[in-house]
Design a protein around this ligand. Structure first.
Ligand code: CTP
Ligand code: MG
Length: 564
């Protein structure tokens, strides 16, 4: 599919151009001077400088103008488009394959969808009952189209071995990180599909609760999404109440609907999600394996969208999570190194089992990303500002209080100055691994609001303060052994990279990022042994040194082995 390949390659080449060290240095000089050159302005404007809310609106609009079409395995693309264009002008389309061949078709006008749906028959099957609801997920039969193969856009990421091979072709770690980012990030087509699915779910939810809306949050929208990541959705009930301004429609008339009492907000969420869960299970277009997990800390309905091949979690009233997604989006777009580093480290953590797709005592991607942001805030000069600094830049319309929590920060990316830090990505990667390899997790908590370590308010093995609900720890699930594993692997990976840096040529393959993505127990076992030998040698040297000192001063500064 030509249009699909073209879209992806434009995104890729722009990404590469913007992430060069020279480009960054120029931006840093500009930042120090506090002015933007014309060229700088143009580059910045051309690149992603759109506000989160504007992107959401634009994408949702695309989703609303789109239909999901189940196709026969072979389709004549021209005939397919001709057939659809009877209903209106097609703005964009692509094919993808999950269990079967499907297409996403975006129309220029919403009326075209009405026309298409009006021409769509309800299936007549003795085993099926009619549901009074026509969704934008439709099916086209083979007899309507000639059988031709179409090129499908991939919906999953590159195989691991192919990725390692590609990484080895990189010229530098910076280059490797860029390759990894381009290979793993959500494609334009995957983003379109995600928004389309969110609007399909929204159609179901709003059939029952017309004033509500369904929004996407999490990695699908926060700029750190990898192909195959889950689809986090939330049913927004608060939009009715004017959350950002705190203003509500005046007047003395209130709706009876809101007067119905439930014992708590949580009980209300559970009831609403239970109803929607039933609807999704009964007639959600493409929804399978619907589970209502209403007793979780944050009640949710979990299901799979079969045609899109997406695992989905639907929560209710989860505006703070949407706000933290917006904050992550801002950080991801302030400096091109942030996404490159997050993608590299998310992949690193995943292959080493530091993170997992199964819920448990592991560090989550969200926690890991917050740790990376904290590290970047602590560089000298900082790569990214603290949340308090973003708050100090906020204007009137950025003011936002959610459930009593101050969620105010600048929303306009163009008002955040680029960093004066010009460290190459390789340095940041190694420094991250070293920073956490010796971080005092026992005493300190991570706080991206202030960008400084604080004493932990309680004894959780890993304490990462929720940036908005400041009394909460986002990594409460993590146990001590997972923290130890993280520290050990960070130290080992730092060692591998430093060892390579100290050698004049990168003759060994896999090297750089590829080498730390491979499991230490197999491919790097010789390096592990070498590291242990070096450590033992260093211990002996320092022991001899301290014995010498002892001879001289009568004291020893050797720590007991147990403390190492
Ligand atoms: N979230 C939160 N507090 C937590 C966990 C999650 O505020 N303790 C919010 C974050 O905004 C997070 C979103 O919920 O991005 C979705 O959570 P999750 O799916 O676990 O993380 P993602 O960032 O989407 O990453 P992944 O790719 O692993 O799904
Ligand atoms: Mg997610």
């Amino acid at each position: 599919m030509e249009s699909c390949i073209r879209l992806s390659s434009v995104v890729r080449s722009t990404g590469r151009a913007l992430s060069t060290a020279a480009g960054r240095q120029q931006r840093a000089l500009v930042a120090e001077a506090g002015v933007f050159t014309d060229q700088e302005k143009q580059t910045e404007e051309k690149h992603i400088r759109k506000n989160f809310e504007d992107v959401q609106k634009e994408r949702q609009n695309q989703g609303r103008h789109s239909v999901l079409i189940g196709c026969p395995p072979k389709v004549n693309e021209n005939k397919f488009l001709k057939y659809l264009s009877q209903h209106g002008k097609v703005a964009n389309h692509f094919f993808f394959s999950s269990n079967s061949t499907n297409a996403v078709v975006e129309f220029v006008d919403a009326e075209s969808i009405d026309s298409l749906l009006a021409a769509t028959k309800i299936p007549t099957d003795e085993d099926m009952c009619v549901v009074p609801f026509k969704s934008r997920f439709i099916k086209i039969k083979a007899k309507d189209l000639d059988q031709h193969s179409v090129q499908c856009c991939p919906q999953s990421s590159i195989a691991f071995s192919d990725l390692i091979e590609k990484l080895c072709t990189g010229e530098s770690i910076e280059d490797q990180a860029q390759i990894l980012l381009e290979e793993l990030q959500l494609t334009e087509e995957s983003i379109r599909l995600r928004y389309l699915v969110s609007t399909l779910i929204s159609d179901i939810a709003t059939a029952y609760f017309p004033e509500a809306s369904v929004s996407l949050y999490g990695s699908s929208v926060n700029s750190f999404g990898k192909m195959g990541c889950d689809l986090d959705l939330f049913l927004d009930l608060e939009s009715l109440k004017g959350h950002r301004t705190g203003k509500q429609a005046g007047g003395s008339i209130t709706t009876e609907f809101w007067m119905r009492r439930v014992s708590s907000r949580r009980a209300a969420q559970q009831k609403i999600l239970s109803v929607i869960g039933e609807c999704l299970d009964g007639f959600g277009p493409g929804c399978i394996e619907v589970q209502k997990i209403l007793n979780a800390r944050c009640p949710l309905v979990r299901f799979s969208h079969q045609a899109a091949g997406l695992p989905c979690d639907l929560t209710a009233d989860n505006r703070i999570a949407l706000t933290s997604s917006e904050l992550l989006y801002i950080y991801g777009n302030i400096d091109s190194r942030v996404r490159a580093l997050v993608f590299a480290l998310r992949s690193w953590a995943r292959v080493h089992g530091i993170t997992s797709s199964i819920p448990g005592h592991w560090i989550t991607n969200f926690s890991l990303t917050t740790m990376i942001l904290f590290f970047l805030q602590k560089r000298t000069p900082p790569v990214i500002p603290t949340l308090d600094q973003l708050k100090s830049l906020a204007g009137k319309k950025d003011k936002c209080i959610i459930e009593g929590n101050d969620c105010t920060f600048i929303r306009d990316l163009n008002k955040v100055k680029p960093s004066a830090n010009t460290e190459p990505l390789a340095t940041l990667l190694i420094e991250f691994l070293e920073f956490y390899g010796k971080f005092d997790f026992k005493t300190h908590c991570i706080d991206i609001r202030k960008g400084t370590e604080k004493n932990k308010p309680e004894s959780s093995p890993l304490y990462i303060q929720n940036p908005f609900e400041q009394t909460l720890n986002i990594s409460k699930n993590v146990n001590q052994s997972q923290v130890h594993r993280f520290v050990d692997i960070a130290q080992e990976s730092a060692f591998i990279l430093q060892d390579q840096m100290s050698q004049s040529s990168k003759s060994k393959n896999p090297w750089g990022l590829a080498s730390i993505l491979l499991s230490s127990s197999t491919e790097n076992s010789s390096t592990t042994k070498k590291k242990k030998k070096v450590e033992a040698r260093e211990r002996i040297v320092s022991l001899l040194e301290s014995l010498r000192n002892k001879d001289n001063s009568g004291k020893t500064d050797v720590k007991p082995e147990a403390e190492h």
